[in-house]
Design a protein around this ligand. Structure first.
Ligand SMILES: NC(=O)c1ccc[n+]([C@@H]2O[C@H](COP(=O)([O-])OP(=O)(O)OC[C@H]3O[C@@H](n4cnc5c(N)ncnc54)[C@H](O)[C@@H]3O)[C@@H](O)[C@H]2O)c1
Length: 276
């Protein structure tokens, strides 16, 4: 049976762990060659090794998505290593929460930079390649679709108290998606969003005491008390949090040829919770 993404080249930011890793493994299992990115080198290299061991192709581009030259660097990595670029998944991110009266400018800027400006720069860097490739394909009488999937959140669709920075950034990602879908339609690039509800990753793990992870040099509080998870699950029509594999599935369907006529949309992957 042919694999659905055979020969495609995908960039996935923040793919050393969690949802990004799940997307990388899924796309690779369908034949895509993957550029893995993460802040942390070790998990990024582990995912590269995992894909190669399974017979796939992957390369790491380690570093912070907020670096000014990151967009150019990751696009160049895809083109230099694999000679093509077909799919971009802007996924890297974390949360740094507080109520507005206690939120610093630094806290606001850090989250907006990571979730909104970094995807903007990656996509801006990809534009010349998308333009040239689509022009050559049009001249040859071929219609080839490329895919962008930006990762948003139900904090972006509905807002979350204590996350004014994150909710704003994730809402901004949806605006960017709609604008670029219109700008890039002539280049046959589908630009869509997936807004996740609660997905089981280290950010949402069940904890019994305060837990932090280090993101970009900061100790960020993560995890949800186990009893609150049980309560929250009651509000999810499907009755539980999503798995990383289910999250990856929502991104995957927007990378398929079957979604070629879908663009500018936000797919909510929240088990039935998290709409407007
Ligand atoms: N888990 C959820 O319930 C949930 C819900 C809605 C949206 N999201 C979004 O999904 C995306 C992935 O989150 P996750 O839950 O898989 O988290 P995760 O912490 O499990 O994985 C995120 C990965 O991104 C990397 N990363 C973070 N900041 C980075 C940066 N500046 N540059 C490069 N890499 C960076 C981390 O090192 C980590 O490996 C994020 O954009 C998050 O906001 C997650």
């Amino acid at each position: 049976m042919s694999r659905k993404l055979e020969g495609k080249v995908a960039i996935i930011t923040g793919s050393g762990r969690g949802i990004g890793r799940g997307v990388a493994l899924k796309l690779a299992s369908e034949g895509a060659r993957i550029v893995i990115n993460d802040l942390d080198a070790a998990p990024a290299e582990d995912v590269v090794a995992e894909i190669r061991e399974a017979g796939g192709a992957a390369v790491a581009c380690v570093g912070n998505v907020t670096a000014a030259d990151f967009g150019e660097r990751i696009v160049k990595t895809a083109l230099d290593t694999f000679g093509a670029l077909d799919i971009i998944v802007n996924n890297a991110g974390y949360t740094w929460d507080n109520v507005i009266q206690k939120m610093s400018d630094e806290q606001w800027d850090a989250i907006l930079d990571c979730h909104l400006k970094a995807p903007f720069r990656v996509l801006r860097a990809a534009q010349p390649h998308f333009r040239d490739a689509s022009k050559a394909e049009a001249e040859a009488g071929r219609e080839v679709f490329r895919k962008v999937v930006n990762i948003s959140s139900t904090s972006g669709t509905g807002g979350t108290a204590g996350q004014v920075n994150y909710s704003s950034a994730k809402s901004g990602v949806m605006g960017m998606t709609k604008a670029l879908a219109k700008e890039w339609g002539r280049m046959k690039v589908n630009v869509n969003c997936v807004a996740f509800g609660a997905v089981e990753t280290r950010l949402t793990q069940a904890v019994t005491q305060e837990t932090t992870v280090n993101v970009d040099g900061r100790d960020v509080r993560v995890g949800i008390p186990a009893d609150k998870i049980a309560l929250a699950a009651k509000e999810i029509p499907l009755g539980r949090m999503g798995t990383v594999e289910e999250a990856a599935g929502a991104v995957y369907i927007l990378c398929l040829p079957e979604s070629n006529y879908v663009t500018g949309q936000t797919l909510i992957c929240g088990g039935g919770r998290g709409g407007f």
